[in-house]
Ligand binder design. Structure first.
Ligand code: NAD
Length: 346
């Protein structure tokens, strides 16, 4: 039987465990898996592009478990009343190849992306960072705000979105969550005075969400929205001034902000910083940039955590998804009795 966590179960798990605890544990799981980076199979995701978006498969494995996520990115889905990003994920035993865990991953991706952003900022932002700007107040945004509050104690937010309805939704969702929210009229005023700037917009173009003159010294940039070929958020000049940190270099060169830069543009992989093998921020006035695109090892860590939380809380179902014949070679024997019954009844 395969353990299954659907939308109802993950909602109950987050409610029961508490979103702060889920996010802080997610950071711990991510950090633990980034520390053992070389134990994972690391390949860029397989992306199938179409005019309206992209569908991606993100596989990885360690010695014991294999995982993959199916995820899309369709920025214009909103116009049809649909989400930009939806996802499902699966874990299997490496030893037998048998699937053991199947899960919704739309909510889980938002939690893992936010926790990953917070983990990067924990290692790269100035330790006295107090204020974060968020540009783009869609589905991911409240999760980002929640993770930065839970993990880094960021309680002051300056926010901007082109869509007033998205802004109103964000303000409503963040009410009573221990953060002060200032709504700004344009991105320039949102980033003024912010120690951390998160960009998490959705469009299938090389957009300029932040221009070079908006980014002051000492800022940590958490660029989440640019995660596909032809889809970026930062003006190129910002990258030249920043120290850039990535997940898997070969994937980020295709999908991240650095797709705008030459192929030998210097970057540091985050696992090196987490393991103390490369420096993170070295000066107060340095601009650090986490060029987030999302990598399979993060989904592996997220599925690992959700599987543990499901077992701990009892919030899961079991699915009759994998055949289990008494004689493993007699697969036909599983369908033969039902076929015989149907033939008799006819
Ligand atoms: P969404 O469609 O729900 O929200 C996007 C928001 O951006 C909307 O509110 C929209 O009005 C706003 N926006 C668009 N253009 C803007 C602009 N010029 N200025 C300000 N706001 C603008 O999308 P989402 O699910 O929140 O995802 C946001 C982005 O993050 C997507 O591009 C998605 O692919 C990406 N993403 C990245 C990762 C990762 O690991 N890096 C993970 C999940 C999602």
């Amino acid at each position: 039987m395969v353990q299954f966590v659907g939308v109802s179960e993950i909602r109950r798990i987050v409610a029961q465990v508490g979103i702060d605890a889920v996010l802080t544990r997610m950071v711990d799981y991510l950090e633990a898996d980034f520390r053992r980076w070389d134990r994972f199979e690391r390949i860029p995701r397989l992306a199938s592009h179409s005019p309206g978006g992209v569908i991606e498969l993100m596989p990885t494995q360690d010695d014991a478990l294999y995982s993959f996520k199916y995820v899309n990115g369709h920025p214009y889905n909103f116009e049809r009343g649909l989400q930009t990003v939806v996802a499902i994920g699966l874990m299997a035993e490496v030893d037998t190849g048998y699937p053991v865990f199947l899960s919704e991953m739309t909510i889980l991706t938002a939690l893992r992306t936010a926790a990953m952003s917070a983990l990067a900022a924990k290692h790269l932002a100035r330790p006295d960072a107090k204020t974060m700007a968020i540009i783009g107040l869609g589905a991911q945004s409240e999760f980002q705000a929640a993770a930065f509050r839970a993990v880094l104690g960021i309680e002051t937010l300056r926010v901007y979105d082109v869509d007033p309805a998205a802004t109103a939704k964000f303000v409503r969702n963040m009410a009573g969550r221990g953060v002060r929210v200032t709504v700004c009229e344009e991105p320039g005023s949102a980033v003024t005075g912010a120690d951390i700037v998160t960009t998490v917009t959705a469009d299938k173009v090389q957009a300029t969400i932040l221009s070079d003159n908006m980014v002051g010294t000492g800022v940590h940039l958490n660029a989440v929205g640019g995660d596909c070929p032809g889809k970026t958020e930062l003006q190129k000049d910002i990258l030249s001034r920043a120290s850039v940190f990535v997940e898997l270099t070969e994937q980020t060169r295709i999908e991240g902000e650095i797709q705008q830069m030459p192929a030998d543009f210097p970057v540091t992989e985050l696992w090196q910083v987490i393991r103390g093998e490369a420096p993170g921020r070295t000066r107060r006035d340095e601009i650090t940039l986490f060029d987030s695109v999302g990598f399979a090892v993060e989904d592996f860590a997220a599925l690992r955590l959700l599987r543990d939380l499901a077992t701990e809380t009892g919030q899961y179902e079991t699915l009759d998804l994998i055949t289990a014949p008494a004689d493993p070679r007699d697969l036909f024997g599983l369908i033969a009795p039902a076929m015989a019954e149907a033939a008799q009844a006819a």
